[in-house]
Design a protein around this ligand. Sequence first.
Ligand code: CMC
Length: 444
Amino acid sequence: MYNIYNSGRIQGVKINMTEYATLIIEGKEYKLPVICGSEGEKAIDIRSLRQQTGYITIDPGFANTGSCKSAITFMDGERGILRYRGIPIEQLAEHSSFVETAYLLIEGKLPTQTQLTRTSVYLNDFSLLHEDMRSFYQNFPSKAHPMGILSAMVNAMRSFYPEFSDEDREFNKTFLRLISKVRTMSAIAYKISRGHRPVYPRPDYSYCANFLHMMFDNPVIPYRLDRDFEQALNVFWILHADHEQNCSTATVRVVGSGRVNVYAAISAGISALWGPLHGGANQAVIKMLEQIRDDKLTIPQAIARAKDRNDPFRLMGFGHRVYKTYDPRAKIMKKMCDLVLSKKRCKDSLLDIAVELEQAGMADHYFQDKGLYPNVDFYAGIMLRAMGIPTNMFTVMFAIGRLPGWLAQWKENSTDPEQKISRPRQIYTGNNVMDYIPMDQRHA
Ligand code: CMC
């Protein structure tokens, strides 16, 4: 018998590796099926647990809880593996384009040349924004965070494009519209924040080149496309395109499980991504580096503060819930970061701090023992800064990249016959029943 619990009334869990786990509570045995994934991961199926035993499970942060079966992305945090639809992330970063990767994630297979061309034509057709939507931007305060703007604008898309084209045999047009317009909306948010007129997309540019063009072109200094930056952005977005059941993707599935429209589910995902422990980490990395510089912290002082449990300071861009070894995306991101940095002429003191911090963190026993390695956000923040992307746009960059993954997961969830509305349970720890107290009898 393999004891998972040996206290209280739950006496043990025995796993028959081929078929079921036996849970023993108060001497009574319950058989729970064991589900096996295509890469050999195992899960105890507890769907009948409460009905059979009256017990629920508790797992804050869902670190041990699978919420679905999924055929989209495979991650192995111990071995540092990431694959989309079976294809290693390293191969996609080297050979694919972001648009092709989006097709792969959503449609489940690589496109033919004809399918890819058709996809690009639609992305071009959908790249303009309804003029009435453009006027929304004028009413956000000038300091509004572009993530808040993007989330609101995606939600607003539902009013402008209410029809959902579920008849498309390949690459749903609502999805294509979202992928194309999210890029335009993000670039406009930046332009408005600068007090500049939005720049229209160009039909002759790739998805990535077009974004750079809409961000940086202006009437007095026309943007000259840098092919290395285009490639770096392409890889950045491929690396961010999906990451199985992370916080924002789980949000998209949870919100989508109420059968809400896809725009609302994606808007919720954007909000979830915003946080500094998730997509906001790329922005938080730069803030941390600025703090180290402005407070004149030495690298050993910064490392010591990050290790101190009584100090909220953490090494942003280090650590990951799943990866307990080097994040495979970080390895590739670092190469792209080096490529961009090698082209940057001006010196940036923050980048020097970042390099020292990375080396010191990797060499420190605390980080080694806890399996805390630089994650994709550590290098992403540095690379985006070097490319001239303003810090408050970093998480928007992540959102554009993650959109195909959210759409693929939303689609899978919506068509999965096993899925139900997401509705976790809880263990109540509040007052037992008590009477209402009239106002004149209450004490502070
Ligand atoms: N700096 C210092 N200590 C850390 C760090 C860090 N960046 N990350 C984790 N730890 C410590 C933590 O204090 C805890 O120590 P102890 O065991 O003594 O209590 C231990 O390592 C485990 O950490 P945890 O917070 O319980 O781990 P988690 O899986 O809940 O959190 C994380 C994962 C990513 C939120 C966390 O590592 C973190 O806050 N990292 C910094 C933020 C960051 O870079 N986030 C981006 C993640 S990658 C992008 C994405 O996919 O979203």
